[in-house]
Design a protein around this ligand. Structure first.
Ligand SMILES: [Zn+2]
Ligand SMILES: [Zn+2]
Length: 344
């Protein structure tokens, strides 16, 4: 019999309203594992059924190479969720990274589990290098030693919009929009540091697994990476009373957008370019949806739009807006297709 998935096809606003009003207390977590799945589609279906029944929400990617999950689990279903994870040999040893802050709004509004070619879009041809030759892990205490060491180089493996609101003291934060671009740029731009002690970090550690192997393949001799990323660093720092060397907020890929890790505000409002601010907003314009950092005054003044242009575009007749949206989505699709071409 053909398996039929019960998809939530309600408009986003309705999903949002339903989750916000259901009174459920949820725990947000993330985890990943590089493990070979012979049939990722079967894994996806099993997880959708099991986690859907528990009322889990989130964004999960499954591929032949493993699983990458960001999700919220109802507190009442937590024990059942853990039992499920422990009952499967593929998942039982995965460390969970619990969210640092839950936020006032839910992190997710629906359960989306997708079968992808890769669990992280890195643009690499995995057969061209040894993906298992990763760097060894750094604990939070070791990360602090690297930051204090003038001979060591700390590299932020995230995108520019992520490092704009938060980064480790003294880290190199490449100005790139995608992880794919980062992997292309770092080995070239930072080749002078090839023989230095290198520490990599990202949000939850997944990007560094691939990046450390890629840098080693590219001739970097001493590459290590922060275990569990910034999220776990914060937990370790709090548990063991270490100095917190992370400044600002950690960007996260859910409705919360970021979590506070360090007390400093390291970014400035994109609209007035004056007020220190680190809150991301999603531009209200249908054609835009650009993420921008905005102070309360500017966001109110611009009515939630990222620019005067978007504010003006929104006033156009709906037929013109529709055409414009279609044109833009075609451009984005072409850009997406181009990204699929392997780099090397
Ligand atoms: Zn402002
Ligand atoms: Zn906009």
């Amino acid at each position: 019999m053909k398996w039929k998935e019960k998809r939530d096809l309600r408009p986003r606003a309705q999903q949002k309203q339903a989750v916000q009003g259901d009174g459920t207390i949820r725990r947000t977590l993330s985890f990943y594992k590089y493990v070979h799945f012979t049939d990722p589609e079967a894994v996806r279906r099993e997880l959708f059924t099991a986690w859907g029944a528990l009322g889990c929400l989130g964004r999960i990617y499954v591929a032949h190479e493993g699983i990458n999950a960001q999700m919220s689990v109802p507190k009442a279903s937590w024990a059942e969720f853990e039992r499920f994870m422990k009952s499967r040999v593929e998942y039982q040893d995965i460390p969970f990274k619990l969210a640092v802050e839950e936020g006032s709004a839910p992190a997710f509004y629906k359960l989306s589990i997708r079968h992808k070619a890769k669990i992280v879009a890195d643009g690499l041809d995995d057969t061209s290098f040894d993906v298992t030759n990763t760097g060894t892990y750094l604990t939070a205490a070791q990360m602090n030693e690297y930051i204090d060491d003038p001979e060591a180089i700390v590299i932020d493996m995230r995108n520019n919009y992520e490092s704009e609101i938060g980064y480790f003291k003294g880290a190199i934060t490449p100005d790139v929009k995608t992880f794919r671009d980062e992997l292309r740029l770092v080995p070239k731009k930072l080749r002078v540091h090839k023989n230095k002690k290198i520490a990599l970090y990202c949000t939850g550690g997944i990007r560094c697994e691939k990046a450390s192997a890629w840098l080693k393949h590219s001739g970097f001799t001493n590459v290590r990476h922060l275990k569990g990323g910034i999220i776990d660093y914060k937990h370790q720092v709090e548990a063991s009373g270490l100095a917190n060397y992370f400044k600002g907020r950690n960007f996260v890929f859910d409705e919360r957008m970021s979590e506070r890790i360090g007390t400093e505000i390291v970014s400035t409002c994109h609209l007035c370019r004056k007020v220190k601010c680190d809150t991301y907003h999603d531009c209200r314009a249908q054609v835009c949806h650009r993420l921008f950092i905005g102070c309360d005054t500017c966001v109110k003044k611009r009515h939630g739009f990222c620019s005067y242009r978007c504010q003006t575009l929104d006033r156009l007749p709906s037929s013109v807006k529709k055409r414009f949206t279609r044109l833009l989505s075609t451009c984005r699709r072409i850009k997406g297709e181009l990204r699929k071409v392997p780099l090397y």
